[in-house]
Write a protein that binds this ligand. Structure first.
Ligand SMILES: Nc1nc2c(ncn2[C@@H]2O[C@H](COP(=O)(O)OP(=O)(O)OP(=O)(O)O)[C@@H](O)[C@H]2O)c(=O)[nH]1
Ligand SMILES: [Mg+2]
Length: 627
């Protein structure tokens, strides 16, 4: 069974909670204050079963600008996001801010939910909102996301949304449970008769009753009494799902959001982290040693960012930095992070941890060689895979990082036009561009060298521009060039759009003569030697080629040429024979055509190869094309 967790995101009052309720029947706003004020304050949880099987957990987040901290704690670990936008209001500040945050998290996919469609009658307004959304998501992981119009109030579009969720989750590989357990805690409470319970989205591994775990950064050893997922006891909570863990050996008051429940001995709490940090385009520059809030998992920690190679980090720029924290947290190289300004609060940017236990670094100090980001290492691996490309599995093994992180880095590389995914394999864009240039070059060269042919034969083009082997990448590139009208697909040939072969007057005369000769004795056509008797061999070859190229003449067997009109007549006769007698034989065709056995046989074998007929014993029947 598949386990996944989806999260909501979007501006306040756009209907995130209403959509969760419409999908699951569960009202995620569980606090009395939430019900009274009609807004989400803290995270809400719900779940439902997909029609195709698989239980999905939903984390509902608040849209209020002052509650981004809670949103961040909920968004950690989700697979898929529903970015909810009210159709009557369109893109609003937290639509933007939530998307900015999600861009730094390893969210693997998303759906844009255009809600409150019942309030909008004007199609022009909807077009405007949709266009705004396209601008907003351009270059992000949501660029290709489906946009589903719904009304949480009337229920319109909800089945379509369920379908879109099903499809989106289907495309995501399941997470591996054979890693150390790591549960960023987003809630802890006491349950009568049970004691302390913590919940969260399990990042990795599995948690089962009887396990001894460690609560960090407190370094407290705890025991698991029971595990639930979506309200029912389970033998084990698995990576990628929502879990509630009943613990012994600890009081609720000793646990808070942001703590991590983990396999003992794997993580050492830290107060210093190296990171690759990127600022959003729309924020003020970040000075050296600025005080910020760091978001890691479900944790929020205050710290100062030391820029190692510059005085300040400009918007939309990236740098290596070290953050010094005011208290301990749990981190691992490769973890995604977000930073916000200390005050007034504003999402500044995010990035990835490059070292969770670095030495103290001074300004100007060289950064450890391990500082190559996952994205950089991934890009190098994709480049090395060349025209063969690599599967996501192969890439995960090569960069030894978690699937979610690799997927996120791949999405970033794709958004930055550095990598493309073609039918399950990832290729570097430079590889694609090189092949596209080779195709353009070979087509142009062919036209200038062999201007009397209608284009370069497809096989020849592939061999020259790409070489042998798996042609998924090649086929896709060629298709793209055809779609862009850079080249034209002329059946057996590729040519410059609109190119027409240039045939000399002398060649044209010979062409007409050869064609006429073949037509004259159409069922027992002259041989190549007969036809070429009075011409220069090179000229004859060229002229015959032009006849074959445009289909006037067909080579039905080695050195046996029929005029296309003759072949058409034969096809009719064969169909007629089969129609009246049930099948056609070499002898019966020979008699009908008044030709030799050799010609009748060659023609029938040709009809077999083009799959018009099929041989049954000594006879042939028509091949049913509908099968
Ligand atoms: N007409 C109409 N109203 C809706 C629809 N969906 C939600 N609403 C109303 O919009 C208001 C806000 O809905 P919520 O679901 O609480 O919005 P939210 O996005 O969860 O808000 P926060 O959690 O505070 O960010 C409520 O009064 C809902 O009844 C809809 O499709 N149509
Ligand atoms: Mg809400």
């Amino acid at each position: 069974m598949r386990h996944s967790v989806i999260g909501t995101a979007g501006h306040i009052d756009h209907g995130k909670s209403a959509i969760v309720k419409a999908l699951t029947g569960i009202d995620p706003d569980r606090l009395e204050e939430e019900k009274r004020r009609g807004m989400t304050i803290d995270l809400g949880f719900a779940h439902f079963d997909l029609p195709g099987g698989g239980r999905v957990g939903i984390v509902d987040v608040p849209g209020h600008e002052r509650l981004i901290k809670n949103m961040l704690a909920g968004a950690t670990g989700i697979d898929l996001v529903l970015l909810v936008v009210a159709a009557d209001e369109g893109v609003m500040p937290q639509t933007r801010e939530h998307l900015d945050i999600l861009r730094f998290l390893p969210v693997r996919g998303g759906i844009i939910v255009l809600n409150k469609i019942d309030l909008v009658q004007d199609p022009a307004w909807l077009d405007l909102v949709t266009a705004d959304l396209a601008t907003l998501t351009r270059g992000t992981f949501l660029e290709q996301a489906p946009v589903i119009q719904v009304s949480a109030r009337t229920g319109e579009g909800i089945p379509a949304l369920v379908g879109a969720i099903d499809r989106a989750l289907d495309g995501l590989a399941t997470r591996t449970a054979d890693a150390p357990a790591r549960l960023p805690v987003d809630r802890s409470f006491t349950m009568a008769g049970f004691g302390t319970v913590v919940t969260g989205t399990l990042w990795g591994g599995r948690i089962a009753p009887g396990d001894t775990l460690e609560l960090l950064p407190q370094r407290r050893t705890v025991r698991v009494r029971g595990v639930q997922s979506h309200g029912s006891s389970v033998p084990a909570g698995l990576a990628g799902s929502r879990v509630a863990v009943n613990l012994t050996g600890i009081e609720k008051g000793e646990i808070e959001r942001g703590n991590v429940l983990a396999t003992p001995g794997v993580f050492t709490p830290t107060r210093r982290l190296d990171m690759r940090l990127r600022l959003l385009p729309s924020v003020p520059p970040l000075p050296h040693l600025a005080r910020v809030r760091l978001y890691l998992g479900s944790d929020e920690i205050i710290g100062r960012v030391a820029l190692l190679d510059r005085r300040r980090l400009e918007p939309d720029d990236e740098a290596q930095a070290q953050i010094r924290l005011e208290r301990e947290t749990v981190a691992n190289a490769g973890d995604p992070l977000v930073i916000r300004r200390y005050s007034p609060m504003l999402t500044l940017g995010g990035g990835v941890i490059t070292d969770a236990h670095p030495p103290f670094r001074r300004r100007g100090e060289a950064v450890a060689p391990t500082a190559a980001t996952l994205e950089e290492r991934l890009e190098a691996a994709i480049q090395a895979a060349g025209t063969t490309g690599a599967t996501v599995e192969e890439l995960i093994a090569q960069v030894s990082a978690a699937r979610a992180q690799v997927n996120k880095a791949l999405a970033d590389l794709a958004a930055a036009s550095r990598a493309v995914q073609i039918r399950g394999r990832v290729f570097h864009v430079e590889v694609r561009d090189k092949i596209a240039s080779a195709i353009r070059r070979e087509v142009a060269a062919f036209h200038s060298e062999v201007s009397w042919r209608p284009g370069i034969p497809k096989d020849e083009l592939k061999t020259k521009a790409y070489g042998p082997g798996d042609n998924r990448l090649y086929a896709q590139i060629l298709e793209q060039l055809v779609a862009n009208r850079e080249v034209e697909d002329g059946g057996a040939f590729i040519r410059r759009p609109g190119f027409a072969p240039i045939i000399s007057a002398a060649d044209a005369t010979l062409r007409a003569r050869v064609a006429a000769a073949l037509l004259r004795e159409k069922f027992a056509p002259p041989t190549r030697a007969d036809l070429s008797k009075e011409s220069d061999p090179k000229t004859f070859d060229r002229v015959l080629r032009t006849l074959l190229d445009d289909g006037t003449v067909v080579e039905v067997g080695p050195g046996v040429y029929f005029h296309e009109a003759a072949l058409e007549e034969i096809t009719r006769i064969v169909a007629d024979e089969v129609g009246s007698k049930g099948s056609v034989t070499v002898a019966s065709l020979r008699d009908r055509l008044k030709t030799s056995r050799k010609y009748a046989l060659t023609v029938l074998e040709y009809l077999d190869t083009i799959r018009l007929t099929r041989r049954v014993g000594d006879a042939r029947v028509l091949l049913d094309r509908s099968k």
